[in-house]
Design a protein around this ligand. Structure first.
Ligand code: PEP
Ligand code: CO
Length: 450
């Protein structure tokens, strides 16, 4: 095996990297980043890998979700709390629907770098660098804001730490009542044709919780001890390298800025710098799989990234689109089966279903998202594979970015509360409804009525 070092990616072509004018400051910042204490620990990373190994064989289920891109200004207690709350509530719904333990992984505490389709953006004859996420530059269309700024690498690290610190405190306590559907915001349910079914599911969850707490004597506090892991796209390689550490008494290197970094669609070239970087870290890693990925390509990636066929190492996040999943997914599953790699298959029903409205807003339809998910469950099941997770872009607030759901949000509603800087997210209600739909789908597949 070729030698790997945290900087060996420099010898490969690196896509999607910003160009900094101040190289001296960039170097100083990277040195400082490498000295700062890590955000996560190697034993947390290992625990997640063990749990993912169980998800790969159908014993657990991965729920991964959060913003397309976090922003520094949204690092606020209410926004973070609401995001944890929706992920927790979704995970509870899924636990009851799937009868499996759920692994909760947020797209948070570091989801600050974005791949873009072009390096520059032109408005009214003025050309500036594109917005690449808060880790790199700002959104406003002004030269000083769009210029990649090395200081932002430190800011991104600090905001990640602030976010994670608050998440850890919430998880430690004070979060228990969020388990109880009595406290959930379920007004939307009445607007759905499935209102009765949803109501019945929520009641079952409430009853089961009451049972555990009162009859089985398990305290709410114990139930509420939940783990949240973090993930982000490992895009900005200099930043990821600075966060790559050795730990005492262990072999190898860990990326300790997050538990589970993933490789995005645009940077998954087997000969590219991102794959080179990722192959050397010990974290569990994700790879996005889009319709352009051939069987051979996927096989190459698996050989490079998971030569030992290590359980829990690989999560393949397929994002094919509701109109393409039927055509592409079966072959991809067969390819992986033949390769002998044990991966977690995770469906991202968001990124293959993006469309642009007449007024130029990016949106996604609830029905298309749900359709890709449902088809994915069916396809895996039919081939004797297991869909081990779902990946959503979501907000815990009532933003209006995606169309549809029980309230029937339409194009005109999008203007009202469209806050995402990049891709459209499911809002609180749409996310909870999606979880109810998934739970219902699984229960039906297993011949149960919910
Ligand atoms: C994303 O997850 O926000 C993203 C850019 O996805 P993909 O790489 O699948 O396009
Ligand atoms: Co996105």
């Amino acid at each position: 095996m070729r030698e790997w070092t945290p900087d060996s990616w420099h010898r490969r072509p690196a896509q999607q990297q910003p160009t900094y004018t101040d190289q001296v400051r960039l170097k100083e910042v990277l040195v400082r980043l490498a000295e700062l204490p890590p955000l996560v620990t190697s034993w947390e990373v290992d625990r997640l890998k063990t749990q993912l190994a169980e998800a790969a064989v159908g014993q657990r289920f991965l729920l991964q979700g959060g913003c397309c891109a976090e922003s520094f200004s949204q690092c606020r207690s209410d926004i973070i709390t609401n995001k944890l709350k929706i992920l927790l509530q979704m995970s509870l719904v899924l636990t009851f629907g799937l009868k499996r333990q759920i692994i909760r992984v947020g797209r948070f505490a570091g989801q600050y770098a974005k791949p873009r389709s072009a390096d520059t953006e032109t408005r009214d004859g003025v050309t500036l660098p594109t917005y690449r996420g808060e880790l790199v530059n700002g959104l406003d269309f002004a030269p000083e804001v769009r210029r990649p700024d090395p200081e932002r690498l430190l800011r991104g690290y600090e905001y990640s730490a602030l976010t994670l610190n608050f998440i850890r405190s919430l998880v430690e306590g004070g979060f228990a009542d969020l388990h109880h559907p009595e406290y959930w915001d379920l007004n939307f349910v009445a607007h759905s044709p499935r209102a009765k079914e949803y109501q019945a599911m929520v009641e079952t969850i409430s009853d089961s919780l009451r049972f555990m707490e009162t009859l089985a004597g398990i305290q709410a506090e114990q139930i509420s001890r939940v783990d949240f892991y973090t993930s982000h796209e490992g895009l900005h390689l200099a930043y990821e390298q600075a966060n790559t550490r050795r730990v005492p008494h262990r072999e190898g290197f860990f990326n300790l800025s997050t538990h589970m970094p993933w490789i995005g669609m645009r940077t998954a070239d087997p000969g590219g710098a991102h794959v080179e970087y990722f192959r050397g870290i010990s974290n569990p890693i994700g790879v996005k799989v889009g319709p352009g990925m051939t069987g051979e390509w996927l096989q190459d990636l698996l050989e490079i990234l998971d030569p030992e066929k290590e359980p829990g190492r690989m999560t393949l996040i397929h994002r094919l689109g509701h109109d393409k999943v039927g055509e592409y997914l079966p072959n991809l599953i067969e390819t992986v089966k033949e390769s002998g790699h044990r991966v977690v298959w995770c469906c991202d029903p968001m990124h293959g279903n993006t469309e642009t409205t007449a007024s130029g807003l990016k949106t996604r339809r609830f029905e298309n998202i749900l359709s890709e998910l449902e088809q994915s469950f069916d396809i895996h099941h039919a081939i004797g594979s297991y869909l081990g997770g779902v990946h959503f872009e979501l907000s815990g607030d009532n933003v209006t970015e995606c169309i549809g759901g029980a309230r029937g949000l339409s194009e005109v509603d999008l203007e009202r509360a469209y806050e995402s800087h990049v891709d459209p997210r499911l809002n609180y209600e749409q996310s909870l409804e999606m979880a109810l739909q998934v739970a219902r789908k699984i229960a039906t597949m297993n011949g149960r009525v919910v």
